[in-house]
Design a protein around this ligand. Sequence first.
Ligand code: ATP
Ligand code: MG
Length: 418
Amino acid sequence: MKQSHLFTKTRREAPKDEVSKNAQLLIRAGYIHKEMAGVYDFLPLGLRTFEKVLNVIREEMNKIGGVELHLSALQNPETWAKTDRWSDENVDAWFKTKLKNGAELGLGFTHEEPLTALMTEQISSYKDLPVYAYQFQSKFRNEERAKSGLMRTREFVMKDLYSFSKDEAEHTKFYEQSSDAYGRVFERVGLGDTTFKTFASGGSFSKYSHEFQTVCDAGEDTIYIDDERKLALNKEVYDDPQVYEATGLVKENLREAKSVEVGNIFTLGTRFSEALGLSYKNEAGESVPVFMGSYGIGPARLMAVVAELLSDDKGLVWPESIAPFRVHLVELPSDNEEVSKEAAELYRELTEAGIEVLWDDREARAGEKFADSDLFGIPLRVVVSEKTLAAGKFECVERASGHTTHKSISELIGHLTA
Ligand code: ATP
Ligand code: MG
């Protein structure tokens, strides 16, 4: 992409009404726009990063047998009444609206109910199980506080996967697989070292559920970490003696840290299947309720945590896996036409080699270009100038480390496609 086509502007100063670091950086870099408190738009660079995050998650969900679908955001109250989750007393997050005839509708804050109801048409025999269905879809939640930028918004896309199994044993196998898949997702987006599988309270069916918590000062949660075992407890279970028995963790050895929940996995058992009539015939011909689990990740929250943790005083720093582009090709101003020609040639060759390049082809001062480049956080900056033209090699600067090398076109392509 040519930067002259990118309509977004960078800003030197963060907007005054924005207190969270991730939103300040992402707004300054032109990745997102604040619509109102807790509601953000994704601009082209932000969308590219967001979609990279989705793809990492999608690949890992597909690997464990997940099948993607897309459910509606508008929700039928009748379905939710069956599980007692329509009333505002039971669920305080609903955004509700009305049809012209006065009938109520809701904007989905999660999707256990509609998917379980839908599955009654697909699942009837043990031969139809297990099923692992997931989506990336907007959730609407009337969150009380919305001061954490993309970490807590009132409209956000969630990856939510729901598992439908014959029994607890089949469920547990998948639960472990999904836990491993989550570990791979956080590793791939650069949060492997800072994210801890965390025991949380489990609800009616299982004693514990698991959260994936990333250590971060801007977090709203507190966890207690065993660094050696790379496990943690959340506040709900920290004072419960049974959790120490179950996990072998020792209270005195745990370190307290502020954190952000980037994902969670939950055993639902038969709560939803019984309420919504989702059962199957087993091999003996008996009717048995389907055993369920749910598995959520917030991709924008993930992006926000990466922005918080991996940035520096100059701006964003993306890992290659989720950067909007791999290379920022910065063409410096020059009276020599050859500089522009060289930049165009490099852009063409890199693009043909399948490398995603943002080419700063604008007429602007070098200082402005470098400041924008730092703010964007694209992993490799390649500078084309009169100096590099004379040297026959481009200056290549890694954004994260500042490490600088000089490479010819073929050396650069070799390096990037190795
Ligand atoms: P929290 O305790 O932080 O409110 P939650 O328990 O409500 O999270 P879930 O309903 O299980 O979260 O949602 C699954 C995932 O969706 C979370 O792990 C998180 O990554 C993301 N998520 C939840 N709420 C929000 C939000 N308001 N904005 C952005 N992402 C969110
Ligand atoms: Mg919540």
